[in-house]
Ligand binder design. Sequence first.
Ligand code: FEO
Length: 400
Amino acid sequence: MNPVKLTENVYWVGAIDWDVRDFHGYSTNRGTTYNAFLIMDEKITLIDCVKKNLKNDMLARISEVVDPAKIDYIVVNHVEMDHSGCLPDIVELVQPEKIICSKMGEKALLQHFHQKDWPYEIAKPGNDISLGAKTLSFLETRMLHWPDSMFTYLVEDQILFSSDAFGEHLASSERFDDEVDQAILMEELTKYYANILTLYSPLVRKLITKVEEMGLEIKMIAPDHGVIWRTNPSMAIEAYKKWSHNEGDGDALIIYDTMWHSTEHMAKGVGAGLQDAGISYKLVNLRHNHRSDVMRDVLNASGIILGCPTLNNGLLPRMAGFLMYMRGLKPTNKVGAAFGSFGWSGESVKLLNQAMEDMKFDLVDDGLKVKYVPEENDLSHCKELGRKVGQAIKASMDKK
Ligand code: FEO
């Protein structure tokens, strides 16, 4: 198994997970990687680990450079099991002099692995650690996206080891940003931010400002998933800036589920209204689109229009599940509207509105309900709803 050189004496020694398709509810259709990095210096240092089942892949790559038992320090930027699952085995093998982590990282490691005797060393911003010729510096990135998360910066090489941030779930034989299809890279970068970081956008904004103020020179960003940004790290940083400010692209999404096609007809009517208003839109049927792909599109949309019929005084299960997922991620700064068919009680539109109000969407009106099957007149109301949303999106874009 080949390690990959980033700079002199710095290697990627992680693992490629070609098979994973579900990452705690996030669909990983292109697999992923768990990146770990080896720094060869007076103190040989391993930055992050991999999932437990891929330990031998990592060890085989390390062994191509050095006997793993010679590792002196292990840096744990983040305790989630995809990066720490094999840590107990590695500690056992290596007997490291230091396990470097944040204060919260130490707590989380104790709560995961219950090893009080490990040689924890708390990384603090401003307290650099010399490895010999190279120096490690640390940034606290609490809640990006766990309380223990931190970044490690290799000063002389200007490499930012950014843990989950700036990563993508993308398995590939290539290791660098300039080696993979750029459209796929951006699609997966977007999906990752949308499903992991949207909730923490205010913290992402603060972090980017802090890094800019520190004047940190970044030659490479080496995240724990996906490719290493060696040619265009600014592309990832600029994308994060935009997303953390909740800036939509001016497009709309009509996200719906349907029972006997009535709500589907309504969705098409709303789409025709958006088109009249000159707004690009996508029809997203939840039966055919995974929630994590839908969230990727929500991230860049300016308008979200939700459609669902009423079932048992509530919503269809796919819509209910999607709303729970979306509410947890808290996208903001969207124009919203709701519609749906019903037979007798008709609560769905109210429930959809409630969910969007909770997320502080700007609702254009009270929403549109149609009894059983829409007729021509109902469809023109749907079109009108689409036009209204379109005009509200245009007004919101004009304010920028
Ligand atoms: Fe890739 Fe938060 O773990």
